[in-house]
Design a protein around this ligand. Sequence first.
Ligand code: ISJ
Length: 126
Amino acid sequence: MSTDPRAGDAAKYVDPEIMAELLTMRSSIDNIDAALVHLLAERFKATQRVGVLKAEHKLPPADPGREKAQIERLKRLAAEAHLDPDFAEKFLNFIIEEVIRHHHAISEHPPQDSDPGAPFDWASQD
Ligand SMILES: C=C(O[C@@H]1C=C(C(=O)O)C=C[C@H]1O)C(=O)O
């Protein structure tokens, strides 16, 4: 019997009627999480290109002024959307920290001329 990946542990202790409602909500969560992964992948593609541009032109990996403006903007958007602005700030800072780490790595090991736009292949990493 194949198990529904949406069921999780709840299947063991939730009544069937409530379980059906929970599964419907989890279907939406699955779609949203998939969209988040795709959105993040696109964002990192763009930031990798920025990292290459910065390395080529000897620009610093981080731009605190840009970060401040972007965080303020996203906190405003979060408040309008009834999302906790402090959570939005933490989430963005978490992503930016990773981007800057990549930019440092790119500046230390710039891509070869033969392969300037090659995406980093996370899937082949251990
Ligand atoms: C992507 C950039 O590099 C860094 C990462 C940022 C981000 O992920 O939003 C913003 C500013 C920089 O510290 C950039 O300079 O635009």
